[in-house]
Design a protein around this ligand. Structure first.
Ligand SMILES: [Zn+2]
Ligand SMILES: [Zn+2]
Length: 341
């Protein structure tokens, strides 16, 4: 209970102002509550102006006389609010000791809290230090890993550049070889299905082959100067193709144009192609066949041929059609798969 000098001038006994009488309890009940009775002399004070004081510890009431309080002291206490405290004689010592103990506890608590704070701070600092150390370590590892990856990438770049360089060199080399090879074969032709000679002497064989080639060129009205170079491929049941070299390039072109006159015979004449040219030609032959079949299936009037390295339909327009009829093809479609030469 809040310290409260009992001043009857403020708190009339049994009046409606009485804090303990708000629910309408009677005077006798107030007496029974004990705050109208001095706990020393047991007198009951119910008159206006009676002076009683309450102990802040045991909450018992004493009259001014028993509490040995002067009028001035009583007045000061009643006006002090919560600034002055009063304890009855039996409570006084214990109250002081309790205050002291409380202060001691408070001091100890403060000290404890301070120590705890310091310890906690120390602990936190230690923990932060540790975390920082491990973070630094991890960072270092990450840096090293990045460094490694950079090196790897740089190495791979170098490797890629080297591979590209090598490939380009290879391609350039291949192109050079291919061009050289094509040039070397420029004036050559290959004639297929010329029966093999029965002669034993190489010179005799060559002479016989030459005679046969000469006959064929006569037959297509394209006689010219040439040399038989060799029979190419492995000797087997079928006659091996004869490779010849034409002296004049114009003659070679003429022979190729005239070769269509061999239609109906087993003999045919081809360019002397490099392996790469043969592969390209095979692709074109396949493509020409596919397109022709497709057109035939769809009932379209079409005639697909290979011309200047492309598959073209010579019946697409009137002009093309006329060209196909009137003019001999520069390169007539060659269905026979070129043999490995
Ligand atoms: Zn008394
Ligand atoms: Zn007391």
């Amino acid at each position: 209970m809040a310290p409260k000098p009992k001043d009857a001038s403020k708190r009339r006994k049994g009046s409606d102002n009485s804090k303990k009488n708000q629910d309408g309890t009677t005077l006798s009940q107030n007496v029974n509550n004990g705050d109208d009775k001095c706990k020393q002399c047991s007198k009951i004070f119910i008159n206006e102006g009676d002076k009683l004081v309450e102990c802040e510890r045991c909450e018992g009431w004493e009259c001014q006389s028993c509490s040995k309080m002067s009028d001035l002291e009583y007045q000061a206490l009643s006006q002090s609010g919560s600034r002055m405290h009063w304890f009855c004689q039996s409570c006084n010592e214990e109250a002081i000791s309790a205050v002291k103990t409380s202060q001691l506890i408070e001091t100890k608590c403060r000290q404890y809290v301070r120590e705890m704070k310091e310890e906690l701070l120390e602990h936190i600092e230690e923990k932060i230090d540790k975390e920082l150390d491990s973070t630094r370590l991890e960072l270092q590892q990450v840096k090293e890993e990045i460094c490694g990856v950079k090196h790897q990438i740089a190495n791979q770049d170098m490797q890629a550049a080297r591979i590209i360089e090598e490939k380009m060199a290879d391609t350039a080399q291949m192109n050079v070889s291919e061009i050289q090879e094509r040039n070397a074969r420029r004036n050559n032709l290959v004639i297929f299905n010329i029966p093999e000679s029965n002669k034993v002497e190489p010179d005799d064989v060559k002479r016989e082959d030459s005679k046969q080639v000469e006959d064929i060129l006569q037959r297509i009205d394209a006689p010219c100067d040439f040399n038989v170079l060799m029979r190419v491929g492995k000797k087997g049941d079928a006659p091996r193709p004869v490779k010849i070299r034409i002296k004049e390039e114009a003659d070679r072109t003429n022979i190729l144009k005239s070769a269509k006159k061999l239609k109906g015979s087993v003999i045919f004449i081809n360019k002397d192609m490099t392996p790469l040219e043969r592969a390209e030609h095979r692709k074109l032959v396949t493509e020409r066949k596919r397109r022709q079949e497709q057109s035939d299936t769809q009932g379209l009037e079409a005639h697909w041929i290979i011309r200047r390295g492309q598959v073209v339909n010579v019946m697409r327009s009137e002009r093309s059609q006329r060209a196909a009829v009137d003019k001999p093809q520069e390169e007539p479609p060659q269905e026979n798969p070129p043999q490995e030469v």
